[in-house]
Design a protein around this ligand. Structure first.
Ligand SMILES: Nc1ncnc2c1ncn2[C@@H]1O[C@H](COP(=O)(O)OP(=O)(O)O)[C@@H](O)[C@H]1O
Ligand SMILES: N[C@@H](CCC(=O)OP(=O)(O)O)C(=O)O
Length: 381
């Protein structure tokens, strides 16, 4: 989406668990899938870009293979995942197609997010898909992930994807109405927790170890996912995927399920995450005026204040901004690749469109994506 779009867009990662997707293992719940898709399409119309993380490949594969229960051997789980994943993506693709919305499949392994180059590739691809208006449908690449390198549960994967795209919100849809002060399967008097700090370590003690028969993480991994998502500024909502219009009600700001909020201001957390995670791919040399508006006023960087562009970077990558004396002023995610940035350097914003033939964003680096250089800033992971 271009910044010329009048509606400011937010990003959500929505994770749906196995029991929900497969109607407790009875088979893909097409009605429910259709209902989430309808709500996602509505949310997109209200300015929410969505990455969907869907579990259910193993549960659906087990059913399709006619097995009476979930196997324990890894190779059998992997075979089931391979069969079930076909059904999952077909179901989403078919539903989104009725709204004329494209989907794209992304299967990730732990290594993809641990290796910096692959992390950046995954990030660029996901962002490209969102910009194209596609809904990425993510799952773990179960068929090739060995035990040692598995995320193991999609709550963790969804939190890492939230970090990857710097999501504003992680929505975890499950078979309970939220996080309770005890496992409601074991304690009928358990009370729903409506609001808590995502970083509160006491929350994990409220969770029983056992997931449902089909799930793999239980509530504990959801609480841990909220803490992880908070590192890049995302708030987390845990809610029931069976509640009518759950996504639309969340989008409307209703208090649904459990709300786990980062303790740091989201923008600050997000900026620190960006500074700690991404490698600097190039440098923008600024004139005195631009260095000052960044340092003193926290404004966006405009092309007119850039005197030289160095390095080979793509749109969305991290570049360092240097003052005329060569001192680093800030780092940020650049809105134009190196070739385009060189062409518009020194030029006012109003000339960008005629110079490049398009206007991607009015700023070279938007202030939300700029972090003033602070040598004390360390990576969070
Ligand atoms: N404190 C708690 N609050 C709510 N649910 C809990 C809690 N502790 C454990 N659980 C269990 O976690 C289950 C959800 O986890 P899981 O089966 O892995 O779901 P999913 O497939 O959606 O990931 C619930 O059905 C519930 O029994
Ligand atoms: N990749 C696996 C994920 C299993 C999983 O995490 O399940 P859940 O706890 O229901 O989200 C699958 O699709 O079956």
């Amino acid at each position: 989406m271009s910044r010329t779009d009048p509606t400011p867009r937010t990003r959500w990662v929505i994770k749906v668990g196995s029991a929900l997707v497969t109607d407790n293992g009875r088979g893909l719940d097409h009605a429910r899938i259709g209902d989430w898709v309808r709500q996602i399409v509505a949310a997109r119309g209200q300015g929410v870009d969505v990455v969907l993380v869907s579990s259910g490949s193993v549960a659906e594969g087990v059913r399709r293979l006619g097995w009476s229960q979930r196997p324990t051997a890894l190779h059998q789980l992997q075979a089931a995942a391979s069969v079930g994943q076909m059904g999952l993506v077909q179901a989403y693709e078919a539903r989104f197609q009725t709204f004329d919305v494209r989907t794209g499949q992304i299967l990730l392994t732990h290594e993809d997010l641990a290796d910096r180059q692959r992390y950046l590739n995954a990030r660029v691809t996901l962002r490209a898909l969102l910009e194209l208006g596609v809904v990425p449908v993510v799952n773990e690449n179960d068929t090739i992930a060995t035990d040692e390198i598995r995320f193991g549960d999609n709550d963790t994967l969804a939190a890492l994807v939230s970090n990857l795209i710097e999501a504003d919100q992680l929505v975890i849809l499950t078979d309970q109405t939220g996080l309770f002060d005890a496992d409601p399967r074991e304690d009928a008097s358990a009370q729903l927790i409506r609001h808590a700090a995502a970083e509160d370590e006491a929350l994990e003690r409220l969770c029983s170890d056992a997931p449902g028969v089909l799930g793999s993480g239980g509530m504990r991994t959801k609480v841990a996912a909220a803490r992880r998502a908070a590192r890049s500024g995302a708030m987390t909502r845990i809610a029931s995927g069976r509640e009518p219009d759950v996504l639309q009600r969340i989008a409307a700001g209703e208090s649904v399920g459990t709300h786990l909020e980062p303790s740091r201001e989201p923008l600050v957390a997000r900026k620190q995450w960006i500074a700690g995670q991404l490698q600097v791919r190039g440098r923008l040399c600024l004139d005195d005026g631009a260095a000052e508006v960044l340092r003193e006023h926290g404004r966006s960087l405009l092309s007119v204040g850039v005197t030289r562009v160095e390095g080979h970077f793509r749109r969305g990558e991290m570049v360092a901004c240097l003052d005329p004396a060569g001192r680093e002023v800030a780092r940020g995610l650049v809105n134009y690749d190196a070739a385009a940035a060189s062409r518009i350097a020194g030029q006012p914003t109003g000339h960008i469109e005629s110079l490049l033939g398009y206007l991607s964003e009015p700023e070279l680096i938007h202030r939300d994506n700029l972090v003033l250089t602070d040598p004390g800033l360390a990576s969070e992971d």
